[in-house]
Design a protein around this ligand. Structure first.
Ligand code: GTP
Length: 361
């Protein structure tokens, strides 16, 4: 008898992979055709509300699209998801490259899913606008978490500006919440302004630090420390344990020098080892205590309201700026005005006035 597979066998091979017989040529073609067909707004929203990660991913891709044709559809999806959003804790995590952000988020995220939480990890990556590459997106990161059905990981899209990346991240938060994710982690590399952008979209801001040699306080950027609700001294393992504890004492002392936060929360300093998964639950307990205390004193809701106001005003500023710099009349003469201003032939104020008039002419 011939060993040649027959068409009646349940599976057949394509490119070395077993395929159900039902996936014959015509059905594959139809799947491909359907894939090309963009789902409607309602289909995507229904998918998101049914906690379908594929629908979520497709909606995020629309939100991130630079194609202006997608803007209307993306806005409609956000509007429909908005009433189902907001029921999460949004946690910002920052730290210099190499401090252990991915290792920490992997351990933290896995811990949270083991507690029955649904975790979305988003990244705000300022490098994408500079190098068109992405510090956070390029590597295979969080290998375990990515396989967890209760987790969703999305690196940031490369944006033209930090503002653009931040706007998309805010909208993505809304989509993830509508999709049932109750813990949203927003990661950024502590190398620039991105921390401020992330701070403006989270409830709790966590700074990862290392117990370095020498004077710990020298490396502190005042602004970032001021924003932090907690400092986690990572890599507190092996020979590093003692140093991490010393660093903890120093940071605690330093944090007391700052004025009290509007949240009335006294920022905490803890040590952890993301690699050995030590101190991970302490971080979660701390965030839970923060949520409880700020919900009780009204700060939590109030802060989110302020963030919404800020998002609106920031979006208006961005659009105005965009309209100005892409206006043909402005583009034609901007260089001349810049030259004239450089050479003190016209004052910058007068030049600005003239240029702004062009927008409405
Ligand atoms: N000993 C020790 N090593 C750690 C710990 N956490 C992370 N590392 C190691 O530190 C290195 C950097 O870790 P990552 O998690 O990639 O750090 P990152 O901050 O995400 O780095 P970037 O992606 O470059 O921003 C890796 O070799 C990790 O294995 C820890 O708790 N203890």
């Amino acid at each position: 008898m011939s060993s040649k597979p027959t068409h009646t066998s349940a599976l057949h091979e394509k490119d070395g992979v077993s395929q159900p017989d039902s996936l014959n040529k015509s059905s594959i073609a139809s799947i491909k055709k359907n894939r090309r067909k963009q789902p409607s707004v309602d289909e995507l929203v229904t998918g998101i509300l049914n906690q379908d990660k594929v629908a979520l991913s497709r909606a995020i891709t629309l939100v991130e699209s630079k194609n202006t044709k997608h803007l209307e559809k993306a806005t409609a999806i956000i509007e429909k998801c908005l009433p189902h959003a907001n029921k999460s804790i949004r946690i910002g995590i920052t730290g210099v490259p190499g401090v252990g952000k991915s290792t920490f988020i992997e351990a933290f995220g896995k811990h949270l899913t083991s507690l029955g939480k649904k975790v979305a990890v988003l990244a705000v990556d300022p490098s994408s606008s500079i190098s068109s590459g992405s510090i956070l997106g390029d590597k295979t990161r969080m290998e375990e978490l990515v396989k967890d059905e209760n987790a969703f990981i999305r690196p940031s899209a490369s944006g033209d500006s930090l503002g653009g990346v931040a706007r998309k991240t805010r909208e993505t938060i809304i989509l993830c919440e509508a999709c049932g994710f109750d813990t949203i982690i927003i990661e950024t590399v502590g190398v620039g302004q991105s921390e401020t952008a992330v701070h403006s979209m989270v409830d709790f801001f966590l700074l990862l630090k290392l117990a370095g040699a020498g004077d710990e306080l020298q490396g502190i950027k005042r602004g970032i420390i001021e924003m932090a609700d907690a400092i986690v001294i990572n890599k507190a393992d092996g020979d590093n344990v003692k140093r991490a504890q010393m660093a903890r004492t120093e940071f605690k002392r330093a944090l007391h020098l700052y004025p009290q936060k509007a949240s009335e929360w006294q920022p905490k300093v803890v040590t952890a080892s993301a690699l050995q998964k030590n101190g991970i639950d302490d971080v979660w307990q701390m965030i839970s205590a923060f949520r409880e205390s700020t919900k009780n004193n009204g700060y939590f809701e109030n802060h989110r309201k302020q963030q919404n106001r800020f998002w609106l005003l920031q979006t208006i500023e961005e659009r105005l700026k965009h309209n100005f710099y892409t206006n043909e009349k402005v583009k034609n003469v901007l260089g001349d005005y810049l030259n004239a201003t450089e050479n003190s032939m016209i004052s910058p104020f007068h030049a600005a006035q003239q240029l702004l008039k062009l927008l409405n002419s």
